[in-house]
Ligand binder design. Structure first.
Ligand code: NAD
Length: 376
């Protein structure tokens, strides 16, 4: 089977769905790998490095033969329409936000696998792009905040005096948030966090954070995810968080509920109560924002009593760490491909829960019931 790795062309996207390491793994499984020339440039991987790993370099836009296509960004309807019938695609689809692409994949007879729909079970961990990419995002959120914060993170004692540690508040302690907590701790900050899943108090403590229990009760949904809070509970959460936000130097938000707009955790009024020099960073800016006023891709000054704070809405944050993000993403794709390539041949086994759980379209139909319902 041929595996084609495309050069991403979405503006701001620097990642690529393969690394030399993942090419070697694919080749060992009997696949022939084609990399579009320049695909790795944003991730500092040269064509030569891919070639040395056993890949063939092809010009971008060269027609794709039947086989498997790896991608980072969801494919556009026109791109899917140009693929040969029976082609397998592997990557992030974000199907509920890209129903047009889902319909195009169905109509083109594509077998489209969404790594973002993989069940979050142990066996899926090596293919879990949501985890690998969220982990890097969590780290990057802290370095962005540190850059905007005009002070030290860690308590520093010198002969000339002592600098107090920064107080960091992390809201949403999933994969990204936990990495945020751990990274801010490593820099010496005093870190507290809140989340609504029952397991999160222990998880926050395990990475060195102080869990803020708001006495709101928990909100767990299936698959280890959170449930959306009803309006009155969501408002109560904001009220209870307000003093914690006001007391923090840095607030980093990572809260999400699958298939929903990001929960609004911080109002403009809560931001205005912070100290001058405070920094807020919102990972959810692209999906509605945990913080009122955050705009994806914008860093702006907001008025607080006595001065200004900085509010950063992030966009394409994994592309800030494109070499690492690509290395992990590429391996996630190669590990998934290993499920469907046997001795060099494509074999789709829908009895495998990982294959079935991530399939969006196959053979001219929508495989996922949830996605099919959303398309109605
Ligand atoms: P996510 O990106 O959907 O959400 C991020 C976090 O926001 C979650 O922790 C969620 O509880 C939190 N959140 C939602 N609403 C909130 C609110 N109102 N206030 C505060 N926080 C709120 O989640 P994720 O990071 O993808 O992780 C989801 C779960 O999956 C976690 O339990 C994680 O441990 C689990 N997981 C398991 C595996 C595995 O292989 N077993 C792999 C990865 C993740």
């Amino acid at each position: 089977v041929v595996v084609r790795v495309r050069a991403e062309h979405s503006p701001g996207e620097k990642r690529v769905a393969a690394s030399p390491e993942s090419v070697r793994k694919l080749a060992a499984a009997g696949a022939s790998v084609e990399i579009e020339s320049g695909a790795g440039s944003g991730a500092l991987i040269s064509d030569a490095a891919y070639r040395d790993a056993g890949a063939q370099i092809v010009e971008p836009g060269t027609p794709v033969g039947r086989g498997i296509l790896f991608h980072v960004r969801p494919l556009l309807p026109a791109e899917l329409g140009a693929l040969p019938q029976g082609m397998v695609t592997i990557g992030v689809i974000d199907p509920f936000q890209n129903l047009g692409s889902v319909a195009a994949a169905r109509d083109a007879g594509i077998s489209a696998f969404a790594l973002d729909l993989l069940p979050r079970i142990s066996r899926a961990q090596s293919m879990d792009v949501l985890s690998s990419q969220a982990l890097l995002a969590g780290y990057r959120l802290v370095t962005l905040a540190a850059d905007a914060f005009g002070r030290m993170f860690g308590m520093t004692m010198t002969a000339a005096g002592t600098l107090a540690p920064a107080r960091v508040l992390v809201l949403g302690a999933g994969v990204a948030g936990l990495q945020t907590i751990a990274t801010a701790k490593r820099l010496g900050a005093v870190v507290s966090a809140n989340d609504v899943r029952a397991a999160s108090a222990d998880e926050v403590r395990s990475v060195g954070g102080t869990f803020i229990d708001l006495d709101l009760g928990t909100a767990d949904a299936a698959g280890g995810y959170a449930k959306e809070l009803a309006e009155d509970r969501a408002r109560r959460q904001q009220e209870l968080l307000a003093p914690h936000v006001a007391a923090s130097d840095i607030v980093i938000t990572t809260a999400a509920v699958p298939g929903r707009a990001a929960p609004r955790l911080i109002t403009a009024q809560m931001v205005a109560a912070m100290k001058p020099g405070s920094v807020l960073v919102d990972l959810a800016a692209e999906s509605g924002g945990n913080i009122e006023g955050s705009v994806a891709g914008e860093r702006r000054a907001v008025a607080v009593a006595g001065g200004l704070a900085t509010l950063i809405g992030v966009r394409d944050i994994q592309s800030d760490l494109a070499p690492d993000a690509s290395k992990l993403y590429g391996m996630n794709c190669a590990n998934f491909a290993a499920l469907i390539v046997k001795e060099g041949q494509l074999v789709l086994d829908f009895d495998d829960e990982l294959v079935a759980g991530s399939a969006v379209t196959h053979d001219g139909r929508i495989v996922s019931d949830r996605v099919a319902a959303a398309l109605q």
